[in-house]
Write a protein that binds this ligand. Structure first.
Ligand SMILES: Cc1cc2nc3c(=O)[nH]c(=O)nc-3n(C[C@H](O)[C@H](O)[C@H](O)COP(=O)(O)OP(=O)(O)OC[C@H]3O[C@@H](n4cnc5c(N)ncnc54)[C@H](O)[C@@H]3O)c2cc1C
Length: 505
């Protein structure tokens, strides 16, 4: 293999690591540059005073995607990670004091809903919603997942389908409908609708603007389940790093890529922060896709990219890491403490660009599953509240103390976490500014680009750049989108596209 045949991966988040492992498993020489001193990006860990917190992702869905990456190298995921299935998947707390568990089994859920609400036909409505979710998931499987898609045109003729049958299938994606519209069509109880809306919080977008195809997330979660890796979600990048190392990927940390070089419409290499120039005709960027085009490439290539699509960031968020002296036994592993009014909340975050006055708090209580995350009897409580992406007027040094008080009060009032303030032995926080600075994302966005738009909202920048030959994109701000499984899948798709393209030379 010539030096110019080696592939450079920018960024060692889940997308970059998945791309590097897949490429190396297929025999390519790979170098990966990560600007931080750890690999895994947002899947980072915070350890302090006997507590261990996953700093970013906590809900792990679709383990089959990680499995597929390990299979590329002929390895069994089960030999590397201990995954515990969690059911109930979420415990939901509502403002009126009611509580509902989301369980995986649809019939069990229907029985629960009959007891939970007096709304007629709710259990049947839930079945209808899950059936629609399944249909939409199958369309995504055929036309969206595991392929480098950036436009409707890219979906045509996939999986051996004729153009005609592709158009027919794509037209059943409930184009023109939103998630909130489909949810409320089936689920006439406002609390249950609010719960189902929150599947789109996995992509940091408003259910009132997100396309209906994202309802497919409900089916993905309930069929494959939610799992917890012992060691926390951090265990996932750890095993990927080991795999990459084993496969011979050259891993460089603390070394950022400053420029992606190109000539005559094709990539020629990168320049790293130490001033070194590295030659390569193929670069996979696992860094934020918009910042890749804007800051690492620029010029006409970026203009062409920005003309082709909306670059609206997804939401950001505040995370409180609370080391508690006690556990709250009424909590499940994953919990949602819902806002008083879903529309008010989503309008504030996604339309006005303001903090929700009464926010939904996602609460993770992992000591239930892995007691070692806290000193005996304690809890490493993780609280995530979605916020607007960073605006120039947002100063989180002054915004955090006030919003923290709102969050703690909300958890005590609606989540039943009595005297929470008094139980805190250790505390730390991550703000939108912190997310922006640590992970080099656009405007502090947690989940890449917003999935807004009834028709094209689900489309993200293609993994095979149509703007620059030799450039490929991986990660949560590229196709198929954010969240751990999708970021991993994007890495696989980018690697697969590179592999196919290199075989043509
Ligand atoms: C608070 C929070 C909660 C979340 N909760 C969940 C959850 O429960 N479940 C779930 O599935 N997902 C969740 N997510 C989303 C999930 O973490 C992301 O979608 C996923 O980890 C993104 O991976 P990535 O590889 O695309 O990006 P990143 O993890 O951001 O990795 C990109 C990497 O590229 C590096 N980089 C950037 N620019 C350069 C450069 N120029 N040179 C070198 N390196 C560079 C960065 O330092 C970073 O390490 C959450 C995220 C956050 C922040």
């Amino acid at each position: 293999m010539q030096p110019e045949d080696s592939v450079i991966v920018v960024g060692g988040g889940l997308g970059g690591l998945a791309a590097a492992c897949t490429l190396a498993a297929r025999g390519h020489e790979v170098q990966l540059f990560e600007s931080n001193k750890w690999l895994g990006g947002k899947a980072a860990v915070l350890e302090a005073e006997g507590y261990r917190f996953d700093m970013g992702p906590t809900i792990v869905t679709l383990p089959s995607v990680l499995d597929a990456i390990f299979s590329e190298a002929g390895r069994e995921l089960g030999d590397q990670l201990e995954l515990v299935e969690l059911d109930p998947q979420w415990r939901c707390f509502f403002e009126d004091g009611s509580q509902l568990d989301l369980v995986a089994d649809v019939d069990e859920m229907r029985t629960e809903l009959s007891d939970f609400s007096e709304v007629q036909g709710l259990a049947e409505g839930y079945r209808g919603f899950m059936e629609e979710s399944e249909r939409l998931k199958h369309i995504s499987d055929r036309f969206f997942f595991w392929h480098p898609v950036g436009s409707f045109r890219d979906m045509m003729g996939l999986e051996g389908s004729s153009i005609f049958s592709s158009i027919k299938a794509i037209s059943t994606m409930k184009l023109g409908h939103t998630v909130a519209g489909r949810v409320r069509h089936y689920l006439r109880d406002a609390r249950v609708a609010q719960m189902a809306d929150h599947f789109t919080q996995y992509v940091g977008s408003s259910p009132f603007s997100a396309p209906a195809v994202l309802c497919g997330i409900a089916h993905m979660q309930t069929t494959e389940g939610i799992t917890y890796p012992i060691g926390g979600t951090r265990a996932i990048p750890v095993v990927l790093e080991e795999l990459a190392d084993d496969l011979g990927v050259k891993l460089h940390t603390n070394l950022a890529v400053r420029r992606i070089l190109h000539e005559d419409g094709g990539v020629t290499g990168v320049v790293t922060s130490d001033g070194e120039r590295h030659t390569a005709q193929t670069v996979v960027s696992g860094a934020d896709s918009v910042r890749t085009y804007r800051e690492l490439i620029g010029g006409e290539v970026n203009e062409s990219f920005e003309r082709s699509r909306s670059c609206e960031p997804a939401c950001s968020g505040v995370v409180l890491y609370l080391g508690l002296k006690r556990r709250y036994d009424h909590l499940s592993h994953h919990n949602f403490v819902f806002s008083r009014d879903a529309e008010e909340e989503f309008e504030a975050i996604y339309e006005k660009g303001e903090l929700a006055p009464d926010p939904t708090c996602y609460v993770c209580a992992p000591a239930k599953t892995e007691p070692g995350v806290a000193p005996e009897g304690g809890e490493a409580l993780y609280v995530l509240v979605h916020t607007p992406y960073l605006r120039p007027s947002h100063d989180w040094t002054t915004m955090l103390p006030e919003y923290r008080a709102t969050i703690i009060e909300k958890l005590e009032r609606t989540g039943g976490l009595e005297d929470l303030e008094d139980e805190i032995a250790y505390e730390s926080a991550l703000t939108p500014q912190g997310i922006h600075d640590r992970y080099s994302v656009q405007n502090g966005a947690i989940y890449g680009l917003a999935s807004h738009g009834r028709f094209k909202g689900a489309l993200k920048p293609s993994n095979r750049s149509p703007h620059l030959k030799g450039l490929y994109l991986a990660g949560g701000s590229a196709h198929p989108g954010p969240g751990m499984p999708m970021a991993l899948m994007s890495g696989w798709i980018a690697a697969d596209a590179v592999d196919k393209d290199l075989q043509q030379y």
